[in-house]
Design a protein around this ligand. Sequence first.
Ligand SMILES: C[S@@+](CC[C@H](N)C(=O)[O-])C[C@H]1O[C@@H](n2cnc3c(N)ncnc32)[C@H](O)[C@@H]1O
Length: 301
Amino acid sequence: MAEACPAGATIGALLCEGGAVLRAAGVEEARREARLLVGLALARDAGSLNDAAREAVSEEQAARFRALLRRRAAREPFAYIAGRRGFWTLELAVTPAVLVPRPETETLLEAALALRPDRASVHRIVDLGTGSGALLLAALSEYPAAIGLGIDRSPAALEVAHRNAAATGFAARTLFALGDWSSTLAPGSVDLLLCNPPYVPSGEIASLAPEVRDYEPRAALDGGPDGLAAYRAILPDLPRILALGGLAILEVGAGQAEAVAVLGSTSGLVLREMRQDLGGIARSLAFGVAEKGVGAPPTTD
Ligand SMILES: C[S@@+](CC[C@H](N)C(=O)[O-])C[C@H]1O[C@@H](n2cnc3c(N)ncnc32)[C@H](O)[C@@H]1O
Protein backbone atom coordinates (compact mmCIF):
# COMPACT_ATOMS: atom_id res chain seq x y z
CA MET A 1 0.00 0.00 0.00
CA ALA A 2 1.32 3.49 -0.86
CA GLU A 3 2.66 5.44 2.09
CA ALA A 4 0.66 8.61 2.99
CA CYS A 5 3.15 11.45 3.20
CA PRO A 6 2.66 14.35 5.64
CA ALA A 7 1.12 17.45 4.06
CA GLY A 8 3.04 20.72 4.01
CA ALA A 9 6.49 21.84 3.06
CA THR A 10 8.74 20.21 5.64
CA ILE A 11 11.88 18.11 5.54
CA GLY A 12 9.80 15.12 6.63
CA ALA A 13 7.39 15.59 3.72
CA LEU A 14 10.28 15.76 1.23
CA LEU A 15 11.90 12.63 2.70
CA CYS A 16 8.63 10.77 2.43
CA GLU A 17 7.90 11.96 -1.13
CA GLY A 18 11.44 11.14 -2.21
CA GLY A 19 11.29 7.66 -0.73
CA ALA A 20 8.00 6.92 -2.47
CA VAL A 21 9.16 8.25 -5.87
CA LEU A 22 12.47 6.37 -5.74
CA ARG A 23 10.84 3.15 -4.55
CA ALA A 24 8.43 3.33 -7.50
CA ALA A 25 11.42 3.88 -9.83
CA GLY A 26 13.04 0.67 -8.54
CA VAL A 27 15.87 2.35 -6.62
CA GLU A 28 17.21 0.18 -3.81
CA GLU A 29 17.44 1.79 -0.37
CA ALA A 30 14.99 4.45 -1.56
CA ARG A 31 14.58 6.14 1.82
CA ARG A 32 18.34 6.46 2.35
CA GLU A 33 18.81 7.85 -1.15
CA ALA A 34 15.97 10.31 -0.61
CA ARG A 35 17.76 11.53 2.50
CA LEU A 36 20.96 12.04 0.49
CA LEU A 37 19.04 14.06 -2.11
CA VAL A 38 17.34 16.23 0.52
CA GLY A 39 20.75 16.79 2.09
CA LEU A 40 22.15 17.83 -1.29
CA ALA A 41 19.22 20.15 -2.07
CA LEU A 42 19.43 21.81 1.34
CA ALA A 43 23.23 21.72 1.58
CA ARG A 44 22.86 19.92 4.91
CA ASP A 45 24.39 16.78 6.38
CA ALA A 46 22.00 13.97 5.37
CA GLY A 47 22.60 12.18 8.67
CA SER A 48 20.92 14.98 10.63
CA LEU A 49 17.70 15.12 8.59
CA ASN A 50 15.60 12.45 10.33
CA ASP A 51 15.73 14.56 13.49
CA ALA A 52 14.73 17.67 11.56
CA ALA A 53 11.58 16.24 9.95
CA ARG A 54 9.32 19.05 11.22
CA GLU A 55 11.52 21.87 9.93
CA ALA A 56 9.98 23.94 7.15
CA VAL A 57 11.59 24.18 3.71
CA SER A 58 11.23 27.06 1.25
CA GLU A 59 9.58 26.71 -2.16
CA GLU A 60 12.96 27.15 -3.76
CA GLN A 61 14.47 24.33 -1.67
CA ALA A 62 11.55 22.03 -2.48
CA ALA A 63 11.91 22.80 -6.20
CA ARG A 64 15.66 22.13 -6.06
CA PHE A 65 14.98 18.81 -4.33
CA ARG A 66 12.39 17.76 -6.92
CA ALA A 67 14.78 18.53 -9.79
CA LEU A 68 17.38 16.25 -8.19
CA LEU A 69 14.74 13.63 -7.42
CA ARG A 70 13.69 13.49 -11.09
CA ARG A 71 17.27 12.75 -12.11
CA ARG A 72 17.70 10.00 -9.53
CA ALA A 73 14.31 8.50 -10.41
CA ALA A 74 15.62 8.28 -14.00
CA ARG A 75 18.34 6.12 -12.40
CA GLU A 76 21.21 8.59 -12.80
CA PRO A 77 23.82 7.58 -10.19
CA PHE A 78 23.81 9.73 -7.07
CA ALA A 79 27.54 10.38 -7.50
CA TYR A 80 26.97 12.08 -10.88
CA ILE A 81 24.11 14.15 -9.45
CA ALA A 82 26.25 15.22 -6.50
CA GLY A 83 29.33 15.55 -8.74
CA ARG A 84 31.50 13.87 -6.14
CA ARG A 85 32.32 10.59 -4.47
CA GLY A 86 34.42 9.53 -1.50
CA PHE A 87 37.25 7.08 -2.22
CA TRP A 88 39.80 5.90 0.34
CA THR A 89 40.38 9.10 2.37
CA LEU A 90 39.73 11.45 -0.54
CA GLU A 91 36.71 13.36 -1.81
CA LEU A 92 36.81 13.25 -5.62
CA ALA A 93 34.97 15.03 -8.42
CA VAL A 94 33.14 12.64 -10.73
CA THR A 95 31.34 13.31 -14.01
CA PRO A 96 29.76 10.95 -16.55
CA ALA A 97 33.19 10.88 -18.27
CA VAL A 98 34.54 8.62 -15.51
CA LEU A 99 33.58 5.45 -13.70
CA VAL A 100 32.22 6.14 -10.23
CA PRO A 101 35.03 4.83 -7.99
CA ARG A 102 33.88 1.71 -6.12
CA PRO A 103 34.65 0.63 -2.54
CA GLU A 104 35.93 -2.76 -3.77
CA THR A 105 38.67 -0.99 -5.75
CA GLU A 106 40.15 0.06 -2.40
CA THR A 107 41.21 -3.63 -2.11
CA LEU A 108 44.09 -2.78 -4.48
CA LEU A 109 45.37 -0.16 -2.06
CA GLU A 110 45.11 -2.56 0.86
CA ALA A 111 47.16 -5.04 -1.18
CA ALA A 112 49.77 -2.41 -2.02
CA LEU A 113 50.16 -1.37 1.61
CA ALA A 114 50.41 -5.01 2.75
CA LEU A 115 53.02 -5.92 0.13
CA ARG A 116 54.94 -2.61 0.19
CA PRO A 117 54.60 -1.47 3.82
CA ASP A 118 57.75 0.69 3.67
CA ARG A 119 56.16 3.97 2.57
CA ALA A 120 59.49 5.47 1.52
CA SER A 121 60.42 2.58 -0.80
CA VAL A 122 57.94 3.24 -3.61
CA HIS A 123 59.01 5.98 -6.01
CA ARG A 124 57.24 5.51 -9.35
CA ILE A 125 53.55 4.65 -9.41
CA VAL A 126 51.54 4.15 -12.60
CA ASP A 127 47.75 3.85 -12.78
CA LEU A 128 46.55 2.35 -16.07
CA GLY A 129 43.00 3.44 -16.96
CA THR A 130 43.08 6.14 -14.31
CA GLY A 131 39.54 7.51 -14.87
CA SER A 132 38.91 9.99 -12.05
CA GLY A 133 42.48 9.41 -10.81
CA ALA A 134 41.07 7.64 -7.75
CA LEU A 135 43.64 4.85 -7.42
CA LEU A 136 46.64 7.01 -8.29
CA LEU A 137 45.76 9.84 -5.92
CA ALA A 138 44.92 7.47 -3.07
CA ALA A 139 48.26 5.70 -3.62
CA LEU A 140 50.13 9.01 -3.60
CA SER A 141 48.42 9.86 -0.31
CA GLU A 142 49.98 6.72 1.19
CA TYR A 143 53.42 6.85 -0.45
CA PRO A 144 54.82 10.32 0.24
CA ALA A 145 58.09 9.73 -1.65
CA ALA A 146 56.35 8.70 -4.86
CA ILE A 147 55.50 10.44 -8.10
CA GLY A 148 52.59 9.14 -10.14
CA LEU A 149 51.55 8.79 -13.75
CA GLY A 150 47.91 8.19 -14.68
CA ILE A 151 47.15 6.95 -18.20
CA ASP A 152 43.78 6.83 -19.89
CA ARG A 153 42.46 6.61 -23.43
CA SER A 154 39.73 9.14 -22.64
CA PRO A 155 40.69 12.86 -22.77
CA ALA A 156 37.50 13.74 -20.88
CA ALA A 157 38.43 11.36 -18.06
CA LEU A 158 41.91 12.88 -17.87
CA GLU A 159 40.38 16.34 -17.38
CA VAL A 160 38.53 15.03 -14.33
CA ALA A 161 41.70 13.34 -13.04
CA HIS A 162 43.65 16.62 -13.43
CA ARG A 163 40.99 18.45 -11.49
CA ASN A 164 41.12 15.86 -8.71
CA ALA A 165 44.91 15.98 -8.51
CA ALA A 166 44.73 19.75 -8.01
CA ALA A 167 41.88 19.58 -5.48
CA THR A 168 43.56 16.88 -3.36
CA GLY A 169 46.92 18.68 -3.34
CA PHE A 170 48.85 16.06 -5.34
CA ALA A 171 49.25 17.94 -8.64
CA ALA A 172 52.97 18.54 -8.12
CA ARG A 173 53.62 14.78 -7.85
CA THR A 174 51.25 13.76 -10.64
CA LEU A 175 51.37 13.50 -14.39
CA PHE A 176 48.52 12.39 -16.64
CA ALA A 177 48.88 11.14 -20.19
CA LEU A 178 46.59 10.07 -22.98
CA GLY A 179 47.57 6.59 -24.05
CA ASP A 180 46.77 2.98 -24.78
CA TRP A 181 47.58 1.06 -21.59
CA SER A 182 51.34 0.75 -21.00
CA SER A 183 52.50 1.09 -24.62
CA THR A 184 54.29 4.42 -24.02
CA LEU A 185 56.10 3.41 -20.82
CA ALA A 186 59.86 2.89 -20.77
CA PRO A 187 61.39 -0.47 -19.79
CA GLY A 188 61.85 -1.01 -16.05
CA SER A 189 60.17 2.30 -15.21
CA VAL A 190 57.44 1.30 -12.74
CA ASP A 191 57.78 0.37 -9.06
CA LEU A 192 54.05 0.00 -8.40
CA LEU A 193 51.45 -0.42 -11.11
CA LEU A 194 47.76 -0.21 -10.27
CA CYS A 195 45.02 -1.00 -12.73
CA ASN A 196 41.27 -1.39 -12.62
CA PRO A 197 40.54 -2.22 -16.27
CA PRO A 198 37.12 -2.66 -17.90
CA TYR A 199 36.16 -6.28 -17.24
CA VAL A 200 32.43 -6.75 -17.85
CA PRO A 201 31.80 -9.26 -20.68
CA SER A 202 30.21 -7.27 -23.55
CA GLY A 203 27.11 -9.46 -23.57
CA GLU A 204 26.42 -8.80 -19.87
CA ILE A 205 26.36 -5.00 -20.08
CA ALA A 206 22.69 -4.92 -21.12
CA SER A 207 21.71 -6.71 -17.90
CA LEU A 208 23.57 -4.36 -15.54
CA ALA A 209 21.67 -1.94 -13.29
CA PRO A 210 20.44 1.13 -15.23
CA GLU A 211 22.77 3.37 -13.20
CA VAL A 212 25.75 1.51 -14.68
CA ARG A 213 24.40 0.48 -18.08
CA ASP A 214 22.86 3.81 -19.06
CA TYR A 215 25.22 6.32 -17.42
CA GLU A 216 28.75 5.04 -16.86
CA PRO A 217 31.20 5.18 -19.80
CA ARG A 218 31.10 2.05 -21.93
CA ALA A 219 34.89 2.23 -22.29
CA ALA A 220 35.17 1.86 -18.52
CA LEU A 221 33.02 -1.28 -18.48
CA ASP A 222 33.39 -3.31 -21.65
CA GLY A 223 35.98 -6.07 -21.31
CA GLY A 224 35.25 -7.72 -24.67
CA PRO A 225 33.48 -11.03 -25.34
CA ASP A 226 34.74 -12.82 -22.18
CA GLY A 227 35.62 -9.74 -20.10
CA LEU A 228 39.36 -10.46 -20.27
CA ALA A 229 40.45 -8.40 -23.30
CA ALA A 230 42.21 -5.72 -21.24
CA TYR A 231 44.19 -8.30 -19.25
CA ARG A 232 45.37 -9.91 -22.50
CA ALA A 233 46.57 -6.50 -23.65
CA ILE A 234 48.19 -5.40 -20.38
CA LEU A 235 49.75 -8.47 -18.72
CA PRO A 236 52.25 -9.45 -21.47
CA ASP A 237 53.82 -5.95 -21.29
CA LEU A 238 54.32 -5.94 -17.50
CA PRO A 239 57.63 -7.88 -17.43
CA ARG A 240 59.01 -5.13 -19.70
CA ILE A 241 57.86 -2.08 -17.75
CA LEU A 242 58.15 -3.24 -14.13
CA ALA A 243 61.37 -2.27 -12.34
CA LEU A 244 63.42 -4.82 -10.44
CA GLY A 245 61.23 -5.83 -7.49
CA GLY A 246 58.28 -3.98 -9.04
CA LEU A 247 54.72 -4.93 -8.31
CA ALA A 248 51.57 -4.81 -10.46
CA ILE A 249 48.18 -4.97 -8.75
CA LEU A 250 45.10 -5.45 -10.92
CA GLU A 251 41.41 -5.53 -10.10
CA VAL A 252 39.36 -8.44 -11.45
CA GLY A 253 35.64 -9.06 -11.72
CA ALA A 254 33.80 -11.73 -9.74
CA GLY A 255 34.90 -15.19 -10.92
CA GLN A 256 37.80 -13.89 -13.07
CA ALA A 257 40.72 -14.34 -10.65
CA GLU A 258 41.78 -17.81 -11.79
CA ALA A 259 41.69 -16.94 -15.49
CA VAL A 260 43.65 -13.73 -14.94
CA ALA A 261 46.19 -15.57 -12.77
CA VAL A 262 46.76 -18.00 -15.67
CA LEU A 263 47.14 -15.11 -18.13
CA GLY A 264 49.68 -13.56 -15.75
CA SER A 265 51.73 -16.71 -15.50
CA THR A 266 51.75 -17.25 -19.28
CA SER A 267 52.98 -13.63 -19.54
CA GLY A 268 56.03 -14.46 -17.40
CA LEU A 269 54.66 -12.97 -14.18
CA VAL A 270 54.72 -14.43 -10.69
CA LEU A 271 51.52 -14.22 -8.66
CA ARG A 272 52.42 -12.68 -5.29
CA GLU A 273 48.98 -12.33 -3.76
CA MET A 274 45.27 -12.77 -4.36
CA ARG A 275 43.09 -10.62 -2.07
CA GLN A 276 39.37 -10.64 -1.40
CA ASP A 277 37.17 -7.58 -1.07
CA LEU A 278 34.82 -7.02 1.88
CA GLY A 279 32.18 -9.13 0.11
CA GLY A 280 34.54 -12.14 0.02
CA ILE A 281 35.13 -11.90 -3.75
CA ALA A 282 38.69 -12.42 -5.03
CA ARG A 283 39.20 -8.84 -6.22
CA SER A 284 42.87 -8.01 -6.59
CA LEU A 285 45.82 -9.92 -8.02
CA ALA A 286 49.37 -8.79 -7.33
CA PHE A 287 52.07 -9.84 -9.77
CA GLY A 288 55.83 -9.46 -9.77
CA VAL A 289 58.49 -10.41 -12.27
CA ALA A 290 61.02 -13.16 -11.88
CA GLU A 291 63.69 -11.51 -14.04
CA LYS A 292 65.68 -8.34 -13.52
CA GLY A 293 64.16 -5.08 -14.77
CA VAL A 294 66.07 -2.02 -15.92
CA GLY A 295 65.80 1.14 -13.78
CA ALA A 296 64.55 4.26 -15.57
CA PRO A 297 62.12 7.09 -14.80
CA PRO A 298 58.55 6.74 -16.08
CA THR A 299 58.03 8.37 -19.43
CA THR A 300 55.23 8.82 -21.87
CA ASP A 301 57.23 9.24 -25.07
C1 LIG B 1 37.04 0.52 -14.85
S1 LIG B 1 37.55 2.14 -15.27
C2 LIG B 1 38.63 2.49 -13.90
C3 LIG B 1 38.70 3.94 -13.51
C4 LIG B 1 39.45 4.19 -12.19
N1 LIG B 1 40.80 3.67 -12.26
C5 LIG B 1 38.72 3.57 -11.02
O1 LIG B 1 39.16 2.51 -10.55
O2 LIG B 1 37.71 4.12 -10.59
C6 LIG B 1 38.65 1.78 -16.62
C7 LIG B 1 39.32 2.97 -17.27
O3 LIG B 1 40.18 2.47 -18.30
C8 LIG B 1 40.14 3.36 -19.41
N2 LIG B 1 40.56 2.61 -20.61
C9 LIG B 1 39.85 1.75 -21.36
N3 LIG B 1 40.61 1.27 -22.36
C10 LIG B 1 41.84 1.84 -22.22
C11 LIG B 1 43.07 1.72 -22.94
N4 LIG B 1 43.18 0.92 -24.01
N5 LIG B 1 44.14 2.43 -22.52
C12 LIG B 1 44.04 3.25 -21.43
N6 LIG B 1 42.89 3.40 -20.71
C13 LIG B 1 41.82 2.69 -21.10
C14 LIG B 1 38.69 3.85 -19.44
O4 LIG B 1 38.60 5.07 -20.14
C15 LIG B 1 38.38 3.97 -17.93
O5 LIG B 1 38.66 5.27 -17.46
